[in-house]
Design a protein around this ligand. Structure first.
Ligand SMILES: [Fe+2]
Length: 477
């Protein structure tokens, strides 16, 4: 051994001993003098020290890779996780070769559980993409790279037909729809996912390891198509911190994934939080979200915008209407807070807003079932016509699709002849929305229980391009 190498090793040994000694000393000091053990500090500190000298590729390996739409069709956001800090956040991509590189940012997320686990979130926004173009990519950096994936940038304009998988209430313990969605995503059968809350049961469970596992399970979907999410009640722990940290939705709302909007083909999509009416109720926050929604809908309704994007689709977790027999407080509550606002804040509910600004379809989950309702306003059916209720409907069409795979059992129906429920099913599955063009949307319910069979199939039609002709006058007080 050369003298210089021997010197180097002895210096390195001293570094290791000093690092471990210092971390133990700090833990004991803080335990004694501050009367608590900083559990997040010791393993993190030790890990950081250790990682300087020991190479553990799996800790640096990019995982949980998922895509989301950016601000326009030339953008795509790629988000992933490493379990240790890498100080390197890079996506290499291209059409036939990985000849382009974009750098992003690594941020530390500290879970709110007892272990205060450290998880490193990496985000890269690709810009200047060619709309509709297929790209190959991998992500990571000098300490490790992901496998090779591909995606298609969103097509531009409104003269194309987006195909969207819509569902809520998945989880990875009984994620029944996951295999079919993985297969369909990689076969190009849909352009994006809209997951309307209750993601993992829960992202925070077991000190967020459940969240890690869920994100790994959906990677075979979400690394290929944008995975757009809305918050549900199962994301609420630690003020939705896992949800806010793990995803990268468009930044035009609150900037924390709780509410935002984006355009896709002839559709303006709005995602919002129904949970602000149920958790951490802060009327200023509800006001803020309501005001943002109103402004967003005003812009979407400007004649020049509605002429090219006549469809407005809203997404959130909890429904305004449903007929499940085991959830009276939501399904049969005429004071449903998402619909009418809380008792102290009458008028901050969203049904009037949706009616006045012509929201064509509202997708929700939460009820572990699928249900197609007639166009409704103020508990009144507002069909287009008796024989064709969904042609020129006179109120928002409500669809509940919360049966992707939850492990809490399905929610039953007893009101089989309810006047505003057209079809319901307790099969596990998901909804496919084919936005045929500016006047026609085709909806199908895919049953996992029946091997992928389509168990419901209908069209929503607006014969005149533009805002719908809704009737928003209440018939009673
Ligand atoms: Fe829920």
């Amino acid at each position: 051994m050369s003298p210089s190498l021997s010197t180097h090793l002895s210096v390195k040994s001293v570094h290791i001993y000093l690092s471990i000694y210092l971390s133990i000393y700090l833990s004991i000091y803080l335990s004694i003098y501050h009367f608590y053990i900083p559990l997040h500090l010791t393993p993190a500190f030790l890990g950081t020290c250790y990682s300087k000298f020991v190479w553990l590729p799996h800790q640096y390996h990019p995982e949980q890779i998922h895509l989301s739409y950016g601000d326009n069709p030339t953008q795509m956001v790629i988000t992933w996780v490493t379990l240790w800090p890498t100080n390197s956040t890079v996506v290499e991509y291209g059409i036939s070769r990985l000849d382009t590189e974009t750098q992003g940012k690594e941020t530390l997320f500290i879970d709110g559980g007892s272990e205060k686990r450290h998880i490193y979130m990496h985000r890269v926004k690709l810009t200047s993409l060619i709309p509709g173009q297929k790209y190959f990519y991998h992500c990571g950096g000098e300490k490790g790279w992901s496998a090779l994936y591909f995606f298609a940038a969103m097509k531009s304009g409104q003269s194309w037909s987006p195909r969207l998988a819509v569902y809520g209430d998945m989880g990875n313990i009984k994620g029944r729809s996951i295999p079919r969605l993985q297969e369909w995503a990689q076969k190009g059968k849909f352009d994006a996912v809209l997951h309307v809350g209750d993601l993992a049961y829960n992202l925070d469970t077991d000190n967020a390891r459940m969240g890690d596992e869920f994100m790994r399970q959906i990677e075979p979907i979400a690394a290929y198509v944008p995975y757009m999410v809305s918050p549900g009640n199962h994301e609420e722990k630690y003020n939705f911190s896992n949800y806010k940290s793990r995803f990268s939705m468009p930044q035009n709302g609150d900037g924390e994934n709780m509410y935002y909007s984006f355009d896709i083909g002839p559709v303006h999509v709005i995602s919002f939080s129904s949970e602000v009416y149920y958790f951490y109720i802060d009327y200023r926050y509800i006001d803020k979200m309501y005001d943002w929604l109103k402004r967003d809908l005003e812009v979407a309704n400007q004649p020049e915008n509605r002429a090219v994007r006549p469809w407005i689709i809203a997404l959130a977790h909890k429904p305004m209407y449903c007929t499940n027999s085991d959830d009276q407080p939501i399904c049969f509550n005429k004071y449903n807070p998402v619909r009418v606002g809380s008792s102290l804040q009458v008028g901050r509910g969203l049904e009037d807003l949706f009616c006045n600004y012509g929201v064509d379809i509202y997708f929700a989950g939460h009820e572990h079932s699928y249900e197609r309702l007639l166009p409704l306003y103020d508990f009144m059916v507002r069909n287009g016509s008796f024989h064709h209720p969904y042609t020129n409907p006179k109120a928002t069409v409500h669809i509940v699709t919360g049966s992707a795979g939850n492990q809490e059992a399905q929610d039953p129906f007893k009101h089989v002849d309810h006047p505003f429920s057209v079809y319901h099913s307790d099969d596990y599955g998901f909804t496919m929305m084919y936005v045929h063009n500016v006047t026609h949307i085709h909806l199908q319910q895919v049953s996992d229980d029946k091997g992928g069979k389509i168990i419901d199939d209908f069209w929503v039609i607006k014969e005149k391009v533009g805002a719908p002709n809704f009737k928003c006058k209440k018939l009673r007080n």
